[in-house]
Every structure is written in C-alpha cells, then in structure tokens.
Design a protein around this ligand. Structure first.
Ligand code: UDP
Length: 319
C-alpha cells in the first residue's frame, strides 16, 4: 500500500514511517521541518519505498499530487508543544485549521482514507474522572492562549466527522495522550525529555506549578502500533478514539522517578506557570484516558510501563 504521512519527519511521524516501511508499505512524507527534523528520518531516508517532500501541507498543488498518489493518509502535521503554541498563536491556528481543511478536502477529492491526529487537549480542564470520547469539553477563556490549540484541534475533529457523515469519506480520529519516546525534543516544552536532559546534565529538574497535576504517558511505539491497527479496521471509520495509557502519574512523581533512574544529583525545583510560559497560561490539572473503546476494537494494551518509557528516553539522550 502507498501511504502519505503529513508531519512524517516529526517525533511520532518518523516512527510511524519506519514501522510502515517495515511492514512493506511505500511511504511518502511531507514535512516543512518546523518542528520535524531531517535527523529523525536519517535511518530511513535511503530506504527503498521512502520519499520525503520538504514543504508545507498548505501547498495545494504538492498536496494534490501526493494525496492522489497514495491509498491512505496519516495526517499528523500540526503545531506541537505547549511552548510553541504559546509563542506562535497565529501559525498554530493557521496550520491546525487550514492544514487539516486542505488534507480533508483533497482526501475527499480522491476518496482516500484519512487518519486525523487529535489530542487529549480537546477535553480541556476536566478533573473528576477518566476521559471518555463522548464526554463534554471544558474550555477556558479565549484570553488564555492555550485553548486556541484545543479549539483548533476540536474543529479538525468536527471537520473530519463532517466529511465522514456528509461525504462518506472514510476517516478515523485519534486523540493522543502525552506520547513519549526517542526523538521527542524538550525544546517545545514537553516534560519528559526536559526532565531527563536536566537530570543527565545535573541541572535543576524544573517542575511547573505545584507538580500535583497528573498526566498519563504512552510510548510512541505503542501509539504507532495503534494508529496502524485503527486504519486497518473498517469499524474504526467515523469514530474517535483515545490513544493512551490509563496509568496516571503526578509531575512531582515523574520528576522523582527520573532523578532516581538517572542516579542524578539534580535538585527538583518548582516555578510558577507564569514564569514558565508567560501570562495567559492555564494548565490542565488532570488528564487520564478511558481506553475501553480502543481496547475493545483493536485489543490495545500498551507494552511500555512508565519505567520502560523513562528508560527508553534516558537511553536515547545518552546515545
Ligand atoms: N512541565 C513541567 N516542567 C517542564 C515541562 C512541563 O513541570 O519542564 C509540566 C507541564 O506544566 C504540564 C506537564 O508537565 O503540567 C506536562 O507538560 P507537557 O508540555 O509535556 O504536556 P501537556 O501539558 O501538553 O500535557
């Protein structure tokens, strides 16, 4: 099969490309290298059946040709990282809204199946329970810039489902929960690479806020396997899935665990969100998926537990 991955030189996209090549598919990647890197695809760039186009998904003629050529599209290109989103609000909205609109419109032109990567951010600020796909969303004020990202991704989901309902375009939507693993950079804010790098360098491990906020992490290899299985299953079409791990950990616990596992002398410090991201920032205090739906459909069981995930990131940075 021929497959297009938008954002295929990014952290998740590059692992997905590797896996699809391994399975014998021909892989086309489009990436503008905003947060993606050529180094991410260095292992596969000369592989048979791998094709890289460095361009933006907003370039219609290039995208038209690519979408025409392939059987499936994995749409992963998006603004990523809380720091990026806070620093580049216009580009964030532009790429997440216009980019996805372009991908879906062209996919519909040639009736190509699309996976749309969404995010757990669309749930907003829930506290009470684990998050199920049909839950209400709890969004903050428009003055809080972070919600622009959540809303742009929500719009992507609406558009994908609209194409499914109205145009019969086969789409699958996946909400990714804090994916971690090799190649994830800390530059755009992500917590685990930052903690591991600081620990290995003996620098302060800096927790934002009081550190009691929780997250549920999933290894990128587990995520990539889930994306491929979802795209292979006709029953996933027109549906939204949480893709995550229901093991919850506080950021304080995560910092402590990273410190222990690296044997680092680093201190664990705390700074305010305002200091970390500037004014107008709001964090989610809790975020844990209910994974019944994906478990039922494709038997999804993450293989990596928290320690294995941390270890894989430590190994990556040591290398
Ligand atoms: N965080 C932190 N220190 C860092 C980076 C992030 O304490 O160096 C916190 C952040 O405030 C959030 C959690 O770790 O509560 C996860 O942050 P990340 O940006 O990785 O993901 P998201 O906020 O999108 O879940």
């Amino acid at each position: 099969m021929k497959v297009l991955i938008t954002g295929g030189a990014g952290f998740i996209g590059s692992h997905l490309g590797e896996k699809l090549l391994e399975l014998g598919h021909e892989v086309f990647v489009i990436d503008n290298l905003w947060t993606g890197k050529l180094a991410n695809v260095s292992k596969i760039q000369n592989a048979r059946g791998f094709h890289l186009v460095v361009d933006t998904i907003l370039n219609e003629s290039v995208m038209n040709e690519l979408v025409f050529k392939v059987d499936h599209v994995y749409h992963l290109a998006a603004a990523v990282g809380v720091r990026n989103i806070m620093d580049h609000p216009v580009e964030t909205l532009d790429i997440n809204v216009k980019g996805t609109e372009t991908v879906l419109r062209l996919a519909n032109r040639f009736k190509k199946k699309v996976f749309v990567a969404s995010t757990s951010e669309v749930y907003g600020n829930h506290m009470e329970h684990t998050l199920s796909e049909d839950d209400n969303r709890v969004m903050g004020s428009v003055k809080k810039r972070r919600w622009a990202y959540a809303c742009s991704k929500t719009l992507d989901e609406f558009l994908a489902l609209a194409y499914f309902d109205e145009k019969k375009l086969p789409v699958v939507v996946g909400r990714l929960f804090n994916t971690v693993g090799p190649r994830q950079t800390g530059r755009y804010g992500m917590v685990l690479p930052n903690f591991v790098q600081s620990s290995l360098l003996g620098k302060e491990i800096t927790v934002f806020g009081d550190g009691n906020q929780t997250r549920s992490f999933t290894h990128v290899f587990d995520v990539v396997g889930a994306l491929i299985k979802l795209m292979q299953d006709p029953a996933a079409e027109g549906e939204v899935f949480n893709i995550g791990n229901d093991h919850e950990v506080s950021i304080n616990e995560l910092a402590q665990k990273v410190k222990e596992m690296t044997g680092s002398p680093s201190e664990i410090g705390h700074i305010s969100y305002e200091k970390a991201y500037g004014p107008g920032f709001e964090d989610m205090q809790r975020r844990c998926p209910n994974v019944e739906k994906i478990r039922k459909l494709i038997g999804f069981e993450p293989e990596y537990d928290l320690e294995a995930m941390i270890q894989s990131v430590i190994d990556y940075f040591k290398e």
